[in-house]
Design a protein around this ligand. Structure first.
Ligand code: SAJ
Length: 419
């Protein structure tokens, strides 16, 4: 893949846009495609429609340099990267409709010889399905040149970047590339090598799909262990953060941090794809998901106990994002907890503190008893302080928070062990 190559990136979201921007800043000509006209317009202005450190600089630079532009529909290119959402449908089944739609939309642009990469986190077999959808549209093409039909090279290259560190990790993380054929894997490796300084490891597509899911399930299971410990410790009157800190002095123990639950669009979602692939065998992975999903309810129960004596409680809820120092509220346990509190305790005033957003999300705004409030005002008005996210911006207020009455600290923020 030389510098005269054109790469089309389908889906300009949390992964597609950073990938498009980093390729474009390495002199690859990139055309980003998105169904949302606001996203297309924003990118063409050099703007970024969400918060991710340094991304805005990359996008603005690449647009100005003329290596990145956005459009509504794909066009012929040397390589296509599909980075669209893979949400659930029904009871935790993966919904591949965005991948199918991307595959069918890019199919008319192909002539044979192109590289098509699926980056979206996907259940086992999704890359092969994507290839089949393309071939359904284009029976004149093949995956291996069979019958003299020009070959398409299809691979899976899951993203593994941590929100908040995307632009760094895109460059420094190792990548797993799984080809439907070894040649496809080699071609994908060459493309990623234009910006990735980590090791690029080649395998088949299903192993690459599973590797991504397994990484997130590993983290989920380990967070579930910490969350279960936090619930047991609370019963026993033990400070779980001290317990974890002490146990982690053992040379082979590394317990993660308990919290209000697991959020984001990855760790709370991906393990279900493994469960869905083999429901009968996936006991531990399913249980971990359930333990983490039950944690917000446990926090709400703590709030219920704390406010039971108060006539008109004022609750300061610190943080709505799914984790520290980002503005992303997707699958956020903090948002779920605050919504439940607002719904269930109509007599309470909830002062939601989230320095990374400028207005409340609709599902909170529709409750008359929730206000987005600056932290100083919330702390001075509150008689219950609920710490849901350990944003670094809250650190300046550590003393005020520590002096508050009725503190429920779901992150170990005050014991200084969060992270
Ligand atoms: N969390 C805890 N305790 C911990 C660590 C995390 O409660 O000790 C919570 C966070 O507060 C958050 C959730 O878990 O609600 C997930 O946060 P995270 O920082 O663990 O992960 P994500 O979702 O931001 O990103 C993950 C990463 N995967 C792994 O670390 C294995 C990232 O590398 C992936 O690229 C990303 O998922 C993804 O897109 O799949």
């Amino acid at each position: 893949m030389g510098i005269s190559s054109v790469v089309v990136v389908v889906g300009l979201g949390y992964i597609g846009l950073p990938t498009a921007a980093i390729l474009a800043s390495n002199d690859v000509k990139v055309v980003g495609v998105d169904v949302n006209p606001n996203t297309v317009a924003a990118v063409n202005r050099g703007d970024v429609p969400f918060v991710e450190p340094d991304l805005a600089t990359y996008v603005a630079g690449a647009v100005q340099q003329g290596t990145l532009r956005a459009t509504a529909a794909p066009m012929p290119a040397d390589a296509f990267i599909v980075a669209v959402p893979t949400p659930f449908k029904g009871a935790h089944e993966p919904d591949l409709s965005y991948i199918e739609s991307a595959a069918r939309t890019l199919a008319p642009c192909l002539k044979g010889g192109e590289l098509v990469i699926l980056e979206s986190t996907s259940p086992p077999g999704a890359t092969a399905k994507m290839a089949n959808w393309i071939l359904e549209e284009r029976p004149d093409l093949s995956l291996d040149g069979e019958g003299g039909r020009p070959a398409l090279h299809v691979a899976h290259c899951p993203e593994r970047v941590l929100p908040g560190r995307v632009m760094i990790e895109l460059v420094t993380n190792d990548r797993i590339v799984g080809g439907l054929t070894p040649e496809a894997a080699e071609m994908a490796k060459e493309l990623y090598a234009t910006f990735c300084q980590g090791e690029i490891l080649l395998t088949d597509a299903v192993t690459a799909e599973m590797a991504k899911l397994v990484e997130n399930a590993f983290r989920d299971v380990n967070i579930a262990f910490a969350n279960e410990l936090s619930v047991i410790s609370d019963r026993l009157g033990v400070d779980v953060w001290e317990l974890v800190r002490l146990a982690n002095h053992h040379p082979r123990v590394n317990i993660l941090q308990p919290g209000p639950g697991v959020g984001g669009h990855c760790i709370a979602v991906d393990p279900w794809f493994i469960v869905d692939a083999d429901p009968e065998q996936a006991h531990l992975i399913r249980t971990a998901r359930q333990v983490n999903d039950r944690k917000p309810e446990w926090v709400v129960n703590r709030v219920r106990d704390t406010i039971s004596e108060l006539e008109r409680p004022v609750i300061a809820a610190l943080g709505l994002a799914f984790k520290a120092d980002i503005d992303d509220l997707r699958e956020s346990p903090a948002l779920e907890i605050v919504t439940q509190i607002a719904e269930e305790f109509g007599h309470a005033r909830v002062l939601a503190v989230e320095p990374h957003i400028s207005e409340l999300p609709l599902r909170l705004a529709e409750h008359g008893n929730v206000e987005l409030t600056p932290i100083d005002q919330a702390l001075s008005a509150a008689d219950v302080t609920l710490i849901l996210v350990d944003h670094s911006r809250f650190s300046d207020f550590r003393d005020d928070i520590g002096n508050a009455v009725n503190i429920i600290d779901t992150r170990g923020f005050l014991t200084g062990q969060a992270g």
